[in-house]
Design a protein around this ligand. Structure first.
Ligand code: HEM
Length: 135
């Protein structure tokens, strides 16, 4: 049986998105970004996106991820919060550990589409070349 079937097909994905959105809104890092967002419309697009990503029957017709997220100037902190909340949502859904990992792996590859504020670096790190830079 395929991953999408084990997730319960498109209906299962939609249910997962509902649960995800409750956790996202309650999350201190992400919640504030969703204050003025039409949640029903957003959840339809999230479900469409996830169905397409995970081999379901839908194709995604929304904005590209960089178009949708660029204006918020999100950083790694926000993206990591998203992955954490998604992991908690998947755990509550009683999927096998392997299925949870497949979903998270596919989502984690999207980091560069979402993050536009740049990576955070440890204080003191030479970001634009230090003494060891060749060029
Ligand atoms: C892999 C991670 C993520 C995926 C797959 C994802 C997916 C999506 C999708 C499909 C949309 C709808 C785009 C459209 O309107 O056509 C959306 C919108 C949005 N996302 Fe994400 N997202 C991710 C991470 C994040 C994070 C980390 C944040 C902020 C903490 C965030 C904040 C938003 C907001 C605020 C909108 C709504 C924009 C609006 O309707 O005005 N997303 N996201």
């Amino acid at each position: 049986m395929s991953l999408i079937r084990r997730l319960g097909g498109d209906d299962g994905v939609a249910a997962l998105v509902e649960q995800l959105s409750v956790r996202v809104k309650a999350d201190p890092v992400m919640g504030p970004y969703f204050r003025d967002v039409d949640e029903e419309a957003l959840n339809r697009r999230r479900a469409m996106f996830l169905s397409a990503l995970l081999g379901g029957s839908q194709s995604y017709t929304g904005k590209t991820l960089p178009e949708a997220h660029g204006p918020f100037r999100l950083g790694d902190r926000e993206f990591d919060a998203f992955l954490r909340v998604m992991r908690e949502t998947l755990e509550a859904a009683e999927l096998s550990i392997l299925d949870r990992q497949s979903v998270l792996r596919r989502l984690s590859r999207l980091r560069t589409d979402i993050v536009s504020r740049g990576v955070s670096v440890a204080p003191g790190t030479a970001v634009f070349g230090g003494p060891h830079t060749q060029d």
